[in-house]
Structures are given as structure tokens and as C-alpha cells.
Ligand binder design. Sequence first.
Ligand SMILES: *Cc1c(COP(=O)(O)O)cnc(C)c1O
Length: 384
Amino acid sequence: MNSSPLPFARPSINQDDIDAVVAVLESGWLTQGPVTREFEERFAETVGAKHAIAVCSCTAALHLALEAVGVGPGDTVLTTPYTFTATAEVIRYLGAEIRFTDIEGPSMLWDVDGVAQAIAEDPKVKALLPVHVAGQAVDMEGLLQVAEGRPIVEDAAHALPTDVFVDGAWKRIGSVGTVSCFSFYATKTITSAEGGMVTTDDDELAARMRVMRLHGIDVDAWRRYREKGAWGYDVVAPGFKYNISDLHAALGNSQLQRAETFSAQRTAIAQRYNEALADLSWIELPTCVSHSSHCWHLYATKVRPGTIDRQQVIHALAEAGIGISVHFKPLHLHSYYAQRYNLKPSDFPVALDQFERAFSLPIFMDMSHADVDRVIAVLRGISC
Ligand SMILES: *Cc1c(COP(=O)(O)O)cnc(C)c1O
């Protein structure tokens, strides 16, 4: 049996990606410049947004987005505990408070009824921060209704490309909420090694995020000066250093051309898993919701209650050299959030239950049929 390590995730890098990066190295311009602009334009087109602004990470994107919509001290931002810490930490960067509300069940997506209830209870709720977990979108139609005009900043780190059904039509994530935030971290659906993108249709928010991305420098004013051959620029706010480099943008831009192909490749792997594992009584396969497409960033599955111990499964896969992960250890189980907000594990019972049974299988573009079958064989060999 093949015992060479099979990673949980691995980026798919081809010669076009390499050539694009090398071309930037040879161009003499390494940091944010013409390639970044091209990446932004193509990204905006891909998701159907008016503006796309490239940044150094999704975390930076979320921070910029919340700052732009006016989140600050005294505000509360609602989000889900079923996510990575980046989603919620940015709320604290701005001195605002986090309020978690639970997920709806096996899809691991945010429960809109719980959001509505929290909004009704808490007049300080300034913005909503949904997470499109694993590659499926939150019920954006429902969320837009309960938001009653409050900004929706989406953590779309898993959701490229994902379509969601809103107002009788399928819309691409990136064109639906107030601001959408994407990740191009090495393991995400496309990569720029490190990087992220914010998209919005709002001209003012876009202008603010462009300024805050680079030290609060008013770039448009700067350009105006430069056209006259002067060196001047104006700092209008204490901004951040969140720009991307052309080196990273070149890789992201090249990968973006394959985003649909990558999604199709992951979907084929998910189908192979679904078919081969359907008859195992102890496994609960991923749930597909009807209001969203699925780009299968994660194949997040669970052990059925009262069958076998999740640790037995994780151990069997590890013994066979297969990388796994768990999505997610909910934030309220981490000491910072638990202590700061005085939270008990049972405060979000659905998130707790999903987490305790969760394990994610490898699903990456260049996984061969043999790789997938190897994972399947280990799972089928587990006796309960
Ligand atoms: C990866 C991830 C992030 C952070 O992305 P970075 O680009 O690494 O900052 C945020 N939210 C979720 C749900 C993620 O999976």
C-alpha cells in the first residue's frame, strides 16, 4: 500500500503561473503596480463587482471593509462562531465588540433566524459578518432581509467561485453583499501565495478602502500631482500597509484564469467521495443547500452521532499518511473569545455538536484518482 504522505492541501502551479511571476521579476517593478491593476480588473469582472481592490490577505480585506463601513468602538458586529479566528479578530482591531450567533446545522452555515433575533435584541448591531463555509454561501437573500440596510461584510475566503440565489436569480459571491472579502492564501481555491481581495459596488467604500490600504494616502490626489510632474501626496488618515505586490498579483491573476477549472476539478473529487462513501453507516457526508452552488474548497464531513469516535478516524488516516484537518474548532472554544465574552461550550450547541464530529478530507486540484481512492480505502477499512 502507498504510504507516501498525501497532503491535506496543495496548490496547483503550472508553467503559466511561473512565467507570470518571472515576468514581474524581470520587469523591474516588483510591488503594487500595473499587474495588480490588471488582477483587480479581471477579478471585478469575474465576480460581477464594480470595484475590486487587491490586498495582502483576507484578514486585511476584512479589516479594511469593516473600517470603511464605519465599525468602531461602541458598535457590535454579529458573526458566526464556526470559522477561523481571522473573521472575528478584525472586529476587535477596530475596538468594536463581537456577538456570535449559532449555525443552522449540517451545512455549518450561519442561521439567519438567530441573526434576526440578535438584531432585535441588540440596538448596537452595526454590521453583519457572514462566512461562506467550505464553498457554499450563507442564505444571502434571508440575510439581506433581516439586515434592514445594515452593511453585510462577507468572509468569502472559501467562496470563489460560488453562486447564490437572491431575488429570483443566481448571483456570484462578490456581487451580493456590501463588501466581499476573498483569500488567496496558499491553500485556498486560487492562490497568490499570500493575498486577498475586497469587492464592492459602492464608490465611496471603494475609495476609502483604496486610501486605507496604503497608509491613508489619497492616491487620486497623488496621481493628479504626478501628472503635473510633482512629487506631492496627501495623507488623509492613519492608514494601513495592506497592499499586495505585483509579484503576488501575477500569480493570483494567472490562477484566476483557472478558477472555474479548479472548481470543476474539486467537484469531481467530491463526487467520487460522495459515491464511494454513501453506504458507510458511520459517516455523514457534506450537505448541499439549495440556495447556493458549491465550489468545494473543503470536503468537510462528520462522524454520525453514536457510531464511532472521530479520533479513531483521524488516527486511521494519519497512520496511512493522509493529511486531514478539522473545520472548525468554533471560536467560543478558544480561550481568548471564551474569556473575553464569558462563553461556555454549550452556548452555541449546534456549532459544538458539528465540531465534535467534524473532519475534513483532502480535496485539491491535482489529487489523482489513485489519491482519492487511497483515502476512500482507509475510510472503508475502519470498523465500528
Ligand atoms: C483563510 C481564511 C481567512 C484568512 O485568510 P488570509 O488570506 O490568510 O488572511 C479568513 N476567513 C476564513 C474563513 C478563512 O478560511
